[in-house]
Design a protein around this ligand. Sequence first.
Ligand SMILES: C[S@@+](CC[C@H](N)C(=O)[O-])C[C@H]1O[C@@H](n2cnc3c(N)ncnc32)[C@H](O)[C@@H]1O
Length: 276
Amino acid sequence: MSSLYFKSHNDDFLLFQEDCLTAINTLDQPLNMIFADPPYFLSNDGLTLKNGRVQSVNKGVWDKFTTDDDIDSFTYTWLSSARDKMADNATIWVSGTHHNIFTIGKLLPRLGFKILNMITWEKSNPPPNFSCRFFTHSTEYIIWARKHPKVPHYFNYNLMKQLNNDKQMKDVWRLPAIAQWEKSCGKHPTQKPLALLAQIILAATKKNDLILDPFTGSSTTGIAANVLDRRFIGIDKEQTFIQLSKDRYEDLQLEGRKLFFKQHLNRLLNKAIYSA
Ligand SMILES: C[S@@+](CC[C@H](N)C(=O)[O-])C[C@H]1O[C@@H](n2cnc3c(N)ncnc32)[C@H](O)[C@@H]1O
């Protein structure tokens, strides 16, 4: 692949700077899991309140709203290419808000996927609502689906139960938004918290499995994968974000950093990652 931006010395962390619509088609190893956090198309010039200051909701050109048909066609194309590259028992997790999650939920079954769950991530510390005209947005959704309706997928049920004080884990996960310790190399405007990605990876993969994030941003998925000894491929078309991903990976390799991250994740995930 000509757009390779970074490769770790043992090939377990690869970054490509390219449009995922073309990059996914060139992947040549079966994927065990995909996590995708595609554009939400909510950069509509509105305002929000962040850290006590009024700020624009716009995230960047990559998140600008186009037409419904364009969004459908973009979503259909990348999901279809991603499905072709998945192992038969692999699963995909796609995150979104009400702006894009219905499109994803509509297209997944149309492409042959079977939806397993719709996870609600409840943010324990959401930003306040600025307009005071409706409820504070405090959730995001993650649809979990497997490639084939009839081929069983991998689910680490026992670990999820253990993580939830020995009770079956529900599809509502209460976790904080990103904290200071996750921003040591800078920050992506829609960066996901590491604990969320660690929980997803622990639920659906084994050690050494291969994970793809086609909208990798700052590569939260890749950092969680690396802490948990999984292999990772990240794709993003923006150089700034791919560089941030590389910086985060290199920071993680410094003496003591993995242990530091594991300690934070263990605190947030009820000591689950020591037994993963
Ligand atoms: C919602 S953000 C992902 C944030 C990421 N989950 C994190 O924790 O940092 C979406 C990312 O997709 C990238 N992107 C948007 N369209 C893309 C495309 N067609 N191909 C590759 N990357 C794209 C954007 O540059 C942005 O970084």
